[in-house]
Design a protein around this ligand. Structure first.
Ligand code: HEM
Length: 367
């Protein structure tokens, strides 16, 4: 652990000093210790923003968090997620048609990596596909840390209004989807406000992350034709390859906690109220976790217990869904377009500088 070190300004947290955790064992220790609080920044009386909203799981700790989480876990069981495979395959194949029609020079993010998870989320929340442009725009603005607090508030109001509309429609006629399910089973104890938070957290958490993973996975594989050929040609390779890509790329933003009391971490003292920031990227490249060349992509590597989905009480609830989307989308892309290549120099690839989730802004491809 290093720190405290200054952290860049962020509209959700503000500028602060924080202890920086980079080792896998320290990261696990923090994430499984309830004295490190996740919901410290949630201000129940302050203005609503994309994160400062009831119903968002990361805003709660302890029993309160467990109560919300239990309401959602049923929707994300392995069985429920597996049942989504045909719908995901259909969405992937349709977007591959769109990519082919767009022709060489198309932007992989705009035509494939963005729409696939977005349409999956629309399906999960029972949002009609025609709403997707608005959802995409608002979700991108919500995770752009370059926006001012005023931009965030305005965008959040639009997100809340849209989700509020969806919640009201679903209350009248609950669909066969997560939101409909939540309303059928818990609609009497959950307010519209809480349902808006739960819906929007699924939307934001489950969209940009998968988009970035599809885009960054494609880029990593295009840079390494031998590894690409394994994923394209060996159907059985996908599960381990996806775990390796999740580990290597670790696209999630650094995880932030606050010490609820004075405590020891990595041989140092963290004082009550001090922020602790965990880099899943650094932890997943820790030689204690991956002794053999952790910075190298090896899609045949035996999967390790990586931290790309976090750890402990807040570990990603959508991880099985994310895995399934990646296992379907990445090999399908490589098989449909066996001659896939970058249509720009590697040096010209534009990485997102201001987004919470790590990724590229555009990925022009040809075949
Ligand atoms: C590759 C894609 C994804 C990555 C890398 C990812 C990563 C993460 C990480 C690291 C956390 C823990 C945050 C923390 O402890 O502070 C998390 C939590 C969460 N994720 Fe994901 N996620 C992905 C996809 C998804 C999907 C598809 C969904 C839903 C459809 C989703 C919904 C959530 C929710 C609701 C939480 C909060 C859980 C809680 O606080 O109990 N994520 N995710």
């Amino acid at each position: 652990m290093t720190g405290p070190v200054p952290m860049p300004n962020n509209p959700q947290l503000g500028a602060c000093d924080a202890a920086l955790v980079t080792r896998a064992t320290d990261a696990r220790e923090v994430l499984s210790d309830h004295r490190h609080e996740a919901g410290f920044a949630f201000d129940r009386t302050g203005p609503r923003t994309v994160m400062n909203q009831p119903g968002i799981l990361l805003n709660y700790d302890g029993e309160e968090h467990a109560r919300y989480r239990r309401m959602l876990t049923g929707a994300f069981t392995v069985k429920r997620v597996r049942a989504l495979a045909p719908a995901i395959s259909r969405i992937v194949e349709n977007q591959l048609d769109t990519l082919e029609q767009a022709g060489p020079g198309a932007d992989l993010i705009e035509t494939f990596a963005g729409p696939v998870p977005l349409l999956v989320i629309c399906e999960l929340l029972g949002a009609p596909p025609q709403d997707r442009d608005g959802i995409q725009r608002r979700s991108a603005t919500g995770t752009d840390v370059a926006n001012t607090l005023d931009d965030q508030l305005e965008n959040f109001a639009a997100m809340a209004a849209y989700m509020g509309d969806l919640v009201r429609r679903q209350r009248e006629r609950p669909g066969d989807d997560i939101l409909g399910d939540l309303i059928r089973r818990h609609g009497d104890v959950l307010s519209d406000d809480e349902l808006i938070g739960m819906g929007n957290s699924i939307l934001v958490a489950g969209h940009e992350t998968v988009t970035s993973m599809i885009g960054m996975s494609a880029l990593a594989l295009l840079r390494d034709p031998e590894q690409l050929a394994i994923v394209r040609d060996d159907e059985a390779a996908a599960p381990d390859a996806v775990e390796e890509l999740l580990r290597l790329l670790s696209v999630a933003p650094p995880l932030v906690r606050q010490a609820g009391t004075d405590l020891e971490l990595g041989g140092q003292t963290v004082k009550e109220g001090e922020r602790v920031v965990l880099s899943t990227l650094a932890a997943n490249h820790d030689t204690a976790l991956v002794p053999d060349d952790p910075d190298r992509l090896d899609v045949r590597r035996r999967p390790v217990a990586h931290l790309a989905f976090g750890y402990g009480a807040h570990q990603c609830i959508g991880q099985q869904l994310a895995r399934l989307e990646l296992r379907i989308a990445v090999p399908a892309l490589l098989r449909r377009l066996p001659g896939l290549r970058l249509d720009v120099d590697l040096d010209a690839v534009d990485y997102r500088q201001d987004a919470l989730v790590f990724g590229v802004t555009k990925l022009p491809v040809a075949w």
